[in-house]
Design a binder for this molecule. Structure first.
Ligand code: NDP
Length: 557
């Protein structure tokens, strides 16, 4: 069995995982921890750039730390994202656990620098990078370049960190006149040069009486040459809600025609707020600016720990802050410097390029709710739902190389995707059908009610009827008095699930990271214990092995 699985594993993992340039002299180890593929892509770009500067880079996911002969290494770059509530990406977790053991003293002689990717909208900003950076220093490794923490618009900071780190590892050895190329090329459509795409279709997947609004979107890739694989995500640059922009202008007594300077160039304030700036969650700088001028929150030093302020802020947004009576003077030019850039949104693609040629489909929960007397709207989801038909939608493909169907078409797959978590599994099922893959497919889907929230019911039932979908296990949480979730269905069918795993099945999870993915993980451990007759420790090792073999893959948010 191990040999068979190792073979499958190799097929998934490109042999180019370790990249070297024989002529270069300075060895450089680049470890990445990546949940959605951004940190991995960056690590590979940094490797290419380091080659141009005379390094011989090796790029490895952090989980492969055991493959490294640490005695032969001296220069280490770590690029890691953080996901969920300050958690390590799945492929950095084993490295992190090992770093805390005595064996990690093998790294004491290393010189290192860490680049942390994160999102300041989360409280545990860049927690994974911070932890790895401080643990490496604690072991005794030498921090050559300070930790750099990047927000969602990471490109410029990542580029600066790369240039500085490469110079720090080999002072004087960098060929003079070598100008590092930008990490992103603008010669094709990409994050830095998005494709203006047409929205072809936008329909609600729920029946009218549902409590949810989940929508199916179809976007044309015509003329873009953009390619994607099942499992990838689509990046979208949304535009802010015009009503919210107008409310903000009104609160600040601006008319919107004032000229402001952004990195994109000079423009009027209104289009700047509509298209380029994040006007939803106030940045820390914005909070400070307004709090310092406000009677209740004037004591800046205690602001971040001020329980009263935090309670007030919960569920509120920039517009609430601006609507508070405060003696705040601010110019349009200064105001825009306190706003973050409007970041693109990433959505798991729900189509297969082989089955839906020239198109990309998305399955998105539209967020609308009321809080503190105002209607609140998810930026990306309501842009797509309400206004994406008005003008082309700027898009780019975000590759997720860590979330792919098995290369072995015979391998069984188990997919757990409640709610919008169905998206990549609809793509997987269409993909497997298009290539006539013979492996068995088992889908666990859950939503609130069968009558109103069974997304893609016709497609899924047709696939089940003709045998393409071997098993379809549904969990409608609100169709009975007690909540039934996908993990309950997993436990009910523990023996069969265990048999599939023993047959080499790949286990995929997509959807809510905060609760569902944790509960499904616990259920998986339990299934292995009860049906597989394993102890708790053995089940933990079994799951760890699934992860190492890339047979337990998650796309969670
Ligand atoms: P959800 O994940 O919200 O719901 C899908 C199904 O999963 C429902 O039947 C739900 O049941 C059920 N569920 C709830 N808790 C668990 C659990 N612990 N384990 C397993 N199943 C569970 O679907 P969406 O795809 O619409 O939402 C995905 C994510 O999008 C959310 O997790 C959240 O991150 C985000 N979201 C944010 C919202 C917001 O207002 N900020 C609103 C909606 C989504 P039930 O609801 O009956 O308990």
């Amino acid at each position: 069995m191990a040999g068979l699985l190792a073979g499958k594993n190799l097929a998934l993992e490109k042999p180019s995982q370790i990249e070297t340039a024989a002529s270069a002299t300075i060895p450089l180890l680049i470890l990445f921890g990546s949940q959605t593929g951004t940190a991995e892509k960056l690590a590979r770009q940094i490797a290419k750039e380091s080659q141009r500067s005379g390094y011989r880079p090796q790029v490895l996911e952090a989980a492969q730390y055991a493959k490294i002969d640490w005695r032969k290494e001296s220069n280490l770059l770590v690029v890691t994202s953080t996901y969920g509530d300050g958690e390590m990406p799945d492929n950095a977790q084993p490295f992190w656990e090992w770093l805390q053991t005595e064996s990690a003293n093998a790294l004491a002689h290393m010189q290192f620098s860490v680049l942390a990717l994160g999102d300041t909208n989360y409280e545990q900003f860049c927690a994974a990078g911070i932890k790895i950076d401080s643990r490496l220093a604690q072991i005794g490794a030498k921090r050559l370049q300070p930790l750099v923490m990047c927000d969602v618009d990471y490109e410029a900071k990542a580029q600066a960190w790369t240039t500085d780190a490469l110079a720090a590892f080999a002072p004087g050895k960098i060929a003079s006149g070598v100008v590092p190329k930008p990490l992103h090329s603008s010669s094709e459509f990409s994050k830095s040069h998005p494709f203006p795409a047409q929205l072809l279709s936008n329909r609600r997947l729920n029946a009218a009486s549902s409590e949810k609004e989940t929508r199916h979107f179809e976007i044309s890739l015509g003329g873009s040459q953009l390619a994607y694989a099942a499992g990838d995500a689509l990046g979208i640059y949304p535009r802010n809600c015009p009503k919210l922009v107008d409310d903000i202008l009104l609160a600040l007594h601006f008319n919107g025609e004032e000229t402001v300077k952004l990195s994109e160039g000079e423009m009027a304030l209104r289009p700047a707020l509509l298209q380029h700036l994040d006007i939803n969650k106030p940045s820390a700088e914005m909070l400070r600016h307004f709090a310092v001028n406000h009677n209740r929150w004037r004591d800046l030093s205690s602001l971040e720990n001020d329980a009263e302020f935090k309670t007030w802020l919960a569920g509120r947004q920039l517009i609430d802050l601006l609507s508070e009576p405060a003696n705040v003077k601010i110019s349009p030019a200064e105001f825009v410097t306190l706003l973050k850039k409007l970041a693109p949104r990433l959505y798991s693609i729900s189509s297969s390029p082989k089955a839906h040629a020239g198109q990309v489909h998305l399955t998105i929960n539209v967020i609308r709710h009321e809080a503190h007397g105002r209607e609140r709207k998810g930026v990306g989801s309501t842009f797509l739902a309400d206004r994406a038909g008005e003008a082309p939608v700027p898009i780019f493909v975000h590759a997720s190389p860590g979330f792919r169907l098995p290369a072995d078409e015979q391998a069984p797959v188990i997919m757990v995707g409640p709610g919008t978590g169905i998206a990549p599994f609809r793509a997987f099922l269409h993909e497997r059908r298009a290539v006539n893959a013979q492996g068995r497919n088992w889908l666990f889907f859950g939503e609130q009610r069968a009558a109103t929230d069974f997304y893609y019911r016709d497609e899924l039932e047709a696939m089940f009827s003709d045998g393409h979908l071997t098993k379809l296990s549904t969990a409608f949480s609100r169709d009975q008095a007690n909540k039934i979730y996908v993990q309950h269905r997993m436990r009910e069918q523990a023996a069969e699930l265990w048999a599939w795993l023993q047959d080499g099945a790949y286990f995929y999870v997509c959807g809510d990271a905060a609760r569902m993915a944790k509960d499904v993980d616990a259920a998986l451990h339990q299934v292995i214990q009860t049906a597989g007759g394993k102890s708790a420790d053995e089940a933990k090792s079994y799951v760890a092995k699934l992860k190492t073999e890339k047979r337990y893959l998650r796309d969670v948010y």
